[in-house]
Ligand binder design. Structure first.
Ligand code: SF4
Ligand code: SF4
Length: 87
């Protein structure tokens, strides 16, 4: 199976790795990845754990992702999983 590929401006082929998931346990809900993403892929959500509320980011709209990797580079907790996607 072939993966989705793109072209650079000068015509070189590259293979984007798309954001597929975020580790909810390690996410601290800081929002850095949200600010870095220009495609509206990520949404901050909350979950109740006992008496506490925990904020965490999730890949809410994976179909919008262009595989730029900007979100993962800003994350201080290395929460992201990126994958090549087959056509
Ligand atoms: S890889 Fe790029 S487009 Fe995809 S979620 Fe991260 S910042 Fe957004
Ligand atoms: S940058 Fe990392 S720790 Fe911060 S909200 Fe995004 S996934 Fe969570």
């Amino acid at each position: 199976m072939a993966s989705i590929t793109g072209l650079t401006r000068d015509g070189q082929v590259w293979t984007p790795k798309f954001a597929t998931s975020i580790n909810m346990d390690s996410c601290i809900g800081c929002g850095r990845c949200f600010k870095a993403c220009s495609k509206g892929v990520l949404v901050l959500d909350e979950v109740e754990i006992g008496d506490l509320e925990k904020s965490f980011m999730k890949v809410a709209y994976p179909g919008r992702c262009i595989g730029c990797g900007a979100c993962g580079r800003t994350c201080p907790k290395n929460c992201f999983t990126f994958e090549e996607i087959e056509l």
